[in-house]
Design a protein around this ligand. Structure first.
Ligand code: SF4
Length: 153
């Protein structure tokens, strides 16, 4: 049986977008730290940088603010390729994972590749700025329903 959260090879479309993205950071090892109990899937690094109080439900929005507070206080997170601190309050998380599993994994693979982060490794939140996010999102999540909110900031 396939592990729904395992990393697979990039799709052709993702490979093309990655190769077209200029000056993408390939290695964020300088921001790597020992550990963190706050789990984030790679593409949520971007979602959190642009969050402005809108989301899938009231509980989701409230939880996202709480995650941002933790990031500001603790300054660190661990990369996971599966349900994370945001997903746990999301109505789209079902027993088998996210209802948009294929799209979400495509975002996570592209985000991890462009940010140079790896599963189960911890990083400093300060290493991932909004400026970096703005440069990279066209190659990661341009077909996301929320993309316009992030791209226009
Ligand atoms: S469950 Fe899916 S839609 Fe909800 S926060 Fe997680 S990845 Fe995003």
């Amino acid at each position: 049986m396939n592990d729904p959260f395992s990393l697979t090879g990039h799709s052709d479309e993702t490979e093309r977008k990655l190769s077209e993205t200029a000056e993408s950071p390939k290695n964020n090892s300088e921001f790597r730290i020992a550990n963190s109990e706050l789990n984030l899937r790679p593409h949520h690094i971007f979602c959190l940088r642009f969050f402005e109080g809108r989301g899938y439900s009231e509980a989701f929005v409230k939880n996202t603010y709480a995650v941002l507070d933790r990031l500001r206080e603790e300054g660190r997170f661990t990369v996971v390729f599966g349900p994370d601190a945001l997903c746990e309050a999301c109505p789209n998380l079902h027993a088998g994972g996210c209802v948009w599993q294929n799209k979400i994994m495509r975002y996570d693979e592209a985000a991890a590749s462009l940010l140079g982060v790896r599963e189960n490794e911890a990083y400093l939140w300060s290493g991932f700025t909004k400026e970096t996010a703005q440069t990279l999102i066209p190659a990661i999540c341009a077909d996301c329903e929320w993309y316009g909110l992030c791209a226009n900031k």
